[in-house]
Ligand binder design. Sequence first.
Ligand code: NI
Length: 202
Amino acid sequence: MIRTPLALVPYLIALAAVIGGLLSYAGDRSVGASQGTAAIGGPFALADQNGAPRTDKDFRGQYLLIYFGYTFCPDVCPTTLSVMGDAMEKLGPLSERVTPVFVTVDPARDTPKVLKAYLKSFGPRFVGLTGSADAIAKISREYAVYAAKEPLQGGGYAMTHSNTIYLMGPNGKFLTHYDEAIGPDALAVKLKDQIAGTGNPA
Ligand code: NI
C-alpha cells in the first residue's frame, strides 16, 4: 500500500464501524445468529496462481489468512506477506490447517503467472487469487477492502489499499483480523490459540 493517510480516513472510519459492529455483535450472545450486522467474507469465484478456478467452498475445513494487495506494492504488501509466511513456518505441522491467501487488488497486472512468481518468496502454502475486475470488486466489497489507483509521476500507477489480514474459520466465517505490526511470532501464537479453540476473538 502507498501511505496516504488523508485519503484513507473515510475508509478507516467505515472499517472501524464495520469491525466495531462485528465485535459488539460477537459480544452480545442474546442476539440471534440470523440478526447479525454486516459480515466480513462471502462467496467468490477466482483463479489461483496456476490458473485453476477456485471458489470459497474449496477452502472449507481450512483456516484462511486472507490479505489483499498487489505484487507491484513497494512496501507494506511484501512486509505483510513475510509476516504471514514466517508465521506459517513457526506453526510447524499445524500450518497444514491454515491456508495463507493473497488476493490481488490489481488484476490488470497480477495475472496468475505474475502471482506465482511473486508468491514463491513467501513460502509454499500461499494461494494467490486473481480474476476479472468485476470479480475482484465483488470480493473486495465482501471483505470491506478499499483499493484505488494512484497515477505515478513518470507513468504507471500504484494502488492505495487497505491493510488488514483477515482470519476466516473452517466454516468460512470471519473470526478476527490482524495487521503486519503483530509480527510472525505473535501471529503464530494467535493462530495456535484459534486452532486449539481457546482463541480470543478480540
Ligand atoms: Ni501494498
